[in-house]
Design a protein around this ligand. Structure first.
Ligand code: 4AZ
Length: 312
């Protein structure tokens, strides 16, 4: 049994070694891995146990993400996300009202989480909790209580202009490989079109469908504002200074969906936006809309809070 697991690992390593450029396997592309994939899936707990040993992670660091995604990513979803370990997006949090998951969010300092304004409007701080450090929506990791939350003073619920909010915890977080802050984009930095960005969350796997129990993420591309505005049935609703679009115009069209709101979209290791709204999900003719964090009106407000020296 153990030998079999090592054999499976060897195969995964040869695939990942090639993908990461560490091994030049030459003919490896001709091999049909479909049987192995099923077997790897069945043994994934044992393989994961092995991979999760820090000693192993260090040795195969560059391959580690590929190996994990090969194991966890075999089930593709309608929103075209894939199962993703929290260690790959350790800034991702699940925001809950009492115990019910309502939105995503991002760790930006040891005390502050960033989310969407519309996630914070109905709930009272005393009823909000946060789950961190777990890939599972309903268990694992750690739960934190919320001390205070703040909605951008210029958030407009009808148009979702300035859709950003902040959540302050009672106690500072202890950073681990599963809980790490994500760097906020620079003020007024220009976001190019067509750059790949990672969006993640436990939202719906398809429009009107069930939501994810295991964390999903997808790499999508930023969409030029001209194109995004042109697509819209809702064309007047897009406010370029405080919003940007990401997704694609082809099917399948990876996209955020209900429940992903408030969650992160990250480009080049930097948090550029917050999942805000869209016209349905993954329809292929209307990209998702995100809060533009580099916008001075948004950036100044966020940084004003998080850089304040705390006296409590
Ligand atoms: C929502 O309802 C929602 N397709 C979030 C993102 C998108 C659509 C809906 C983007 O929270």
């Amino acid at each position: 049994m153990v030998n079999r697991i090592f054999l499976l690992l060897l195969v995964l390593i040869s695939v990942c070694g090639e993908e990461t450029g560490m091994i030049n396997a030459g003919k490896a592309a001709d091999i049909d891995y479909s049987d192995i994939a099923g077997e790897a899936e069945r043994h994934k707990n044992d393989i994961l146990k092995f991979l999760n040993q820090t000693r192993v992670q260090e040795k195969y660091k560059t391959m580690y993400k590929c190996l994990l995604s090969k194991l966890l990513g075999s089930t593709r979803r309608i929103v075209s996300g894939r199962n993703t370990s929290i260690a790959a997006v350790p800034w991702q949090v699940s925001l809950r009202e009492k115990t019910y998951p309502i939105c995503g969010g991002s760790v930006i300092t040891d005390l502050w989480l960033l989310t969407a304004a519309h996630c914070l409007l109905r709930a009272r701080s005393s009823e909000l909790t946060v789950r961190l450090a777990s890939s599972w929506k309903t268990h694992g990791g750690e739960m934190y209580d919320v001390k205070e939350c703040f909605v951008h003073p210029r958030y407009v619920s009808k148009t979702k202009v300035n859709d950003v909010g902040l959540v302050r915890l009672y106690t500072p977080l202890r950073f681990t490989e599963k809980v790490l802050p994500i760097k906020l984009v620079a003020r007024e930095s220009r976001l190019l079109a067509d750059v790949p960005a990672i969006v993640s969350g436990w939202g719906k796997l398809q429009e009107g469908g069930p939501s994810a129990t295991y964390l999903q993420s997808s790499t999508i591309k930023t969409v030029a504002m001209k194109l995004c505005k042109r697509t819209g049935l809702d064309r007047n609703a897009i406010d370029p200074p405080s919003m940007f679009c990401a997704g694609s115009f082809t099917q399948p069209s990876p996209d955020a969906c209900q429940g992903d709101s408030g969650g992160p979209i990250v480009y080049d290791g930097v948090l550029i936006g917050v999942v805000s709204w869209g016209l349905g999900c993954a329809r292929g003719n209307f990209p998702g809309v995100y809060t533009r964090l580099s916008h001075p009106v948004i950036w100044d407000w966020v940084n004003g809070y998080i850089s304040k020296k705390e006296d409590s």
